[in-house]
Ligand binder design. Structure first.
Ligand SMILES: [Zn+2]
Length: 258
């Protein structure tokens, strides 16, 4: 099966739009729909027609572009079952454990609530790609806005369990700010220091720091390291429950001023 073409670009202020195109079938899916105009421009530039939209969660900056994209293209919107009634925007719904068939490729739906209750992540096991929306960011994670921190920690563990060489795409480019916070809690982590320097250079050169990989985030992302004895010690919580350590780090981040 030919490789998928991937187009990733920033829309709104810091939202990533991602388009996946299958050259054989001609199908193109947009992962979330932050803003219609730049997505339509990107499609036109490449000569792609939008066939699908996959929605990770119900926040407006992930779904606002849907009506205009549907007006421009004959596309099917697939969104989380848990927010179907609330948004009224999905043609099809998906839930944890579902395997979608998209252009003859497997897409596994993993529920990852915490940022919102409806949040799902989309894993393409054969392409080694995962789209995690606002659950996990490079060097950071989403704010816990709905649900318990313990449930968000479970969601992060589900993502962390994917193969290390999986390319990880996120909903926002927050990497530089996240690096500053990560260094404040995990300052002796040499992999993190190297990544922070790399991110600074990328941003200075006008580039983006994504996609990242599961392996890179496991080594550098403090939220994924909430059960790592070195990090637990660094934040003064040696021997505590990982979910409690996660909650403490996430709360520090909520109050962090770079
Ligand atoms: Zn969100």
């Amino acid at each position: 099966m030919p490789a998928l073409d991937v187009a990733q670009f920033i829309t709104r202020n810091d939202n990533f739009a991602v388009l996946l195109h299958d050259p054989e079938s001609g199908r193109t899916v947009s992962i979330d729909a932050p803003e219609a105009d730049p997505i339509i421009a990107a499609l036109k530039q490449r000569g792609w027609a939008l066939s699908d939209i996959f929605v990770t969660h119900k926040h407006l900056d992930h779904i606002e572009g849907i009506p205009a994209l549907q007006a421009a293209y004959d596309c099917t919107v697939t969104g989380p079952q848990a927010s179907a009634a609330e948004t009224g925007m999905y043609d099809r719904t998906m839930k944890d454990g579902d395997t979608l068939d998209w252009a003859g490729r497997r897409v596994q739906v993993i529920e990852t609530p915490g940022h919102t209750l409806d949040h799902v992540s989309l894993y393409f096991p054969d392409e080694k790609l995962v789209f995690v929306g606002d659950t996990l960011f490079s060097l950071g994670c989403g704010r816990v806005m709905q649900g318990e921190h313990a449930r968000m920690w479970e969601s992060l563990l589900a993502i962390r369990a994917l193969p290390g060489d999986t390319a990880l795409y996120c909903g926002h480019e927050y990497t530089l700010a996240n690096a500053k916070f990560a260094l404040s809690v995990d300052q002796n982590n040499s992999a993190l220091k190297a990544r922070a320097a790399e991110v600074e250079k990328l941003v200075r050169d006008g580039k983006v720091a994504l996609p990242t990989t599961i392996a890179q985030e496991k080594a550098t992302n403090p939220f994924l390291r909430s059960d790592d004895p070195t990090l637990m010690k660094a934040v003064g919580m040696a021997g505590e429950r990982p979910a409690a350590v996660f909650k403490a780090i996430r709360t520090r981040k909520d109050q962090f001023k770079a």
